[in-house]
Design a protein around this ligand. Structure first.
Ligand code: G6P
Length: 374
């Protein structure tokens, strides 16, 4: 049934729209309300015998390629916050190229939708040789990644067919938020934060439904941008990964140059590109970085930047510099889960841009769903 496009024209479109259901499946049986101490807990069966080792590791190394790397990057801050273990990021091919140091005391977390990406598997062999505890996060039961890692979590997002990954991305983030909760354990000092995240997770499917209502608005925006050469996406903090992932979607399916930019680096190069022609998406939803993003918007506006600002519902007036920017409003959720909501308008934008520009949505030229050769 999942293989059928149903009422949709393309698999990518279907997979974007089925995210309320895929996220529900990802969380099914894993978030337990109540329990002995009445607080809510997370149960990840595939990790339970290894949580102590992960907690005691000297660092956690996230490894992946493409969208899976971006999902890991989105999850890095919450894993660091709740576990207290430093997290470093590795693009799989680069780890292998450098033969970067991996130690017995490391936990290496491999993220791959297919579980068959050659670079990720090679990095896994390398980490196994070096004695790290290897954890797999994949959508594919029985994949090489699932078989070769010591333990792991299936994301259970359902079969993903479109080459551009969409629902697997949001499910990966949710799994890594649950991993952060599981590794963080039930320290009293974290209790309120943990409960807020679990409530946020449970609310996600309905909030994703709300974001999907932006479909027409994103189509209108795509019509405006149809002939552009380039699109920049600025983000920071939890949403740096959203900027990279939004830009990757636009690049890989709409075949438009697009770059995700860490807003904190704006003055170190990107600002030179800003003029009244180049469209720029700025992600400025409410979190600890909000006021910094407001200032970025002011500075881009002062250079006549053509801005499209993504903000929290009700914040239009505080981000649109006197109504001069186009605004995309999304619902608010706990900061570490906000990337799940924020990426969706960008997935929809990439989808509509692709259709309007007449490109192949599900099979972009030169790309493969799973890159099994090097
Ligand atoms: C290819 C796909 C991407 C995917 C990446 C990593 O480039 O086109 O959508 O993100 O591989 O794939 P994986 O299966 O390891 O997540």
């Amino acid at each position: 049934e999942q293989i059928n496009k149903g009422k949709y024209k393309h698999y990518m479109q279907k997979e974007i729209h089925e995210q309320p259901e895929s996220l529900t499946t990802t969380m099914r049986g894993r978030l337990i309300r109540g329990g002995a101490c009445k607080s809510k807990t997370v149960l990840l069966g595939g990790l339970k015998d290894h949580l102590k080792t992960i907690r005691r590791s000297r660092r956690i190394v996230f490894v992946g390629c493409g969208t899976s790397y971006n999902a890991a990057l989105a999850s890095r801050p919450i894993v660091e916050e709740l576990s207290g273990v430093p997290v470093t990021m590795e693009v799989a091919s680069d780890l292998v190229d450098r033969q970067g140091p991996i130690y017995r005391e490391d936990t290496a977390v491999f993220v791959s939708q297919s579980g068959e990406t050659a670079d990720t598997l090679q990095a896994l062999d390398y980490a196994l040789e070096n004695g790290a505890l290897c954890v797999g996060i994949t959508n594919t039961v029985g994949s090489a990644l699932a078989r070769k890692t010591h333990c792991g979590v299936h994301i259970n997002a359902g079969c993903e067919i479109g080459v551009a990954s969409t629902k697997a991305y949001t499910s990966q983030i949710v799994v890594m938020a649950m991993l952060a909760l599981a590794v963080g354990g039930d320290m009293i000092s974290n209790e309120a934060r943990r409960e807020a995240i679990i409530d946020g997770l449970l609310d996600l499917p309905s909030k994703v439904k709300e974001v999907l209502k932006l479909d027409e608005e994103m189509k209108d925006l795509a019509e405006l941008l149809i002939n552009e050469q380039s699109l920049l996406v600025f983000g920071r903090g939890y949403n740096y990964a959203t900027a990279l992932e939004g830009a990757l979607k636009v690049k890989e399916v709409a075949l438009m140059h697009s770059e995700g930019i860490l807003a904190g680096e704006m003055k170190h190069g990107p600002l030179a590109l800003v003029d009244h022609n180049l469209p720029i998406v700025v992600i400025a939803t409410r979190d600890a970085c909000f006021s910094k993003q407001q200032s970025v918007i002011q500075q881009l506006h002062a250079r006549k930047g053509r801005l499209i600002v993504m903000c929290t519902k009700g914040d239009s007036a505080s981000v649109s510099v006197g109504g001069s920017c186009r605004v995309i409003e999304v619902p608010h959720v706990e900061d570490c889960l906000q990337p799940v909501l924020n990426v969706i308008p960008l997935q929809l934008l990439a989808y509509h841009l692709t259709v309007l520009r007449g490109h192949n949505v599900d099979q972009p030229r030169n790309l493969a769903k799973s890159v099994t050769t090097q």
